[in-house]
Design a protein around this ligand. Sequence first.
Ligand code: UT7
Length: 331
Amino acid sequence: MKQGSIIIRGVGSYLPRKVLTNHDLASMVDTSDEWIRTRTGISQRHIADAHETCSDLAYAAAKNALEDAQLKAQDIDLLVVATITPDMICPSSAAILQAKLGLRNVMSFDINAACSGFLYTLEVATYLLQNGNFYKRALVIGAEKLSSLTDWEDRSTCVLFGDAAGAFVLEHTSAELVGIRDAILGADGSSSETLYIPAGGSLHPATAETVAQRQHFIKMNGKELFKASVRLMGKAVEELLERNHLTKADVACLIPHQANLRIIQSLAQSIDLPMDRVFCNLEVTGNTSSASIPVAFTQAKNAHYFHSGDYIVLVAFGGGLTWGATLIKWP
Ligand code: UT7
C-alpha cells in the first residue's frame, strides 16, 4: 500500500432542467401535495428529457467535477459509475461515458448497489488508488434516470423518485490522514424483494407479457424498507465512529441518502445527532438513488456546510438490501 491519502479534489452535480412538482403528480395519480410532503418531505423532483440517458447525466456531472478540480478528462485514469438505470444492460454506462469524455484505455465499469451504489464506488476506487501502482486519479459518479424505471401509475412509488447525477474526482496525495478515512459496507440478499425490478434480467427476460404486467418497473415494500433503513444506517454510523475512536460530537456534517425526511429524522434521533448537522436536499430533488449522496455533497460543499479539518459522514441504504457509511476528513 502507498503512503498518503485519497482526497476529494473536485465535486459536481447535474439536475435535469424539467421539474415535476407534487401538484403535477396529483393530476397524474390519486395523491396530493400534502400527503407527499408530510410523508416524505419531497416537494418536487427533476426529470430528464426523453433523449437524455444515464451517461448523459453522468457526463454533465463529470464535467462539473473536473472543472471544480481544475483538471481535464485526460487527467483521469479510472472511471466508475454507480447506477441501476444504465443506458443499456451492456455495455456499461461507464464505457459509454468514457467515449463521451474522450478518454482511452482507462478502466471503466459500473457498480449496481442501488441507493448505496455511490458509497460502494468510493470504496472500490479508494482501494485502487491507494494500492494500485498505475492509478493516480479517479472519476466516481452516481447517475440515475429513475424516471425510465418508474411506474407512473403507481402512487406508492412514483412520488418518490427523481433523476440526477453527482461526481467526485478522487486523487492520491502524499498528505496523511485526510480525505476518505474509512468505510463500512454491507449487503443482505435475503430481503431482495423489498425493492426490486422483477423483469428484464435473466430471470424474467422481456416478453410482451412482462411488459403488459408492468414488471419492468420498480416495486417496493416501503414500510419494510423504512424500518430496515433506520436500523442499518444507524448501526453503520455507530460502528464507523467507534472503530475510528470518534463520537457524535466529532461529526460536523452527516450526509444521508435522500430517500425520505422521516427516515433521516428517525436516523438522526436514533444516533442522537441534532438535525442542524444533517444535510438534506430531498425537498427539491426527491430520491435519486446512487446520485443522491454526491449531489447532496456538492450542494453542502458549495453552501460551506463543512470546513477544513471537519469530519463528514456519508450514509446510505437501498435495494439489495445494501448499506454503507463512509468517513471523510475534509483537508
Ligand atoms: O432509496 C430507498 C428506496 N425507498 C425508500 O427509502 C422508501 C422507504 N419508505 C418510505 O419512504 C415510506 O414507506 C413511503 C413514503 C413509501 C410510504 O409512507 P408510509 O407512511 O409508510 O405510508 P404507507 O405505505 O403505510 O401508506 C399509508 C396510506 C395507505 O392508505 P391506507 O391503506 O392507510 O388507506 C396508502 O395506500 O397512504 C396511502 N398512500 C398514498 N396516499 C396518497 C400510499 N402512497 C400514497 C400517495 N398518495 N402517493
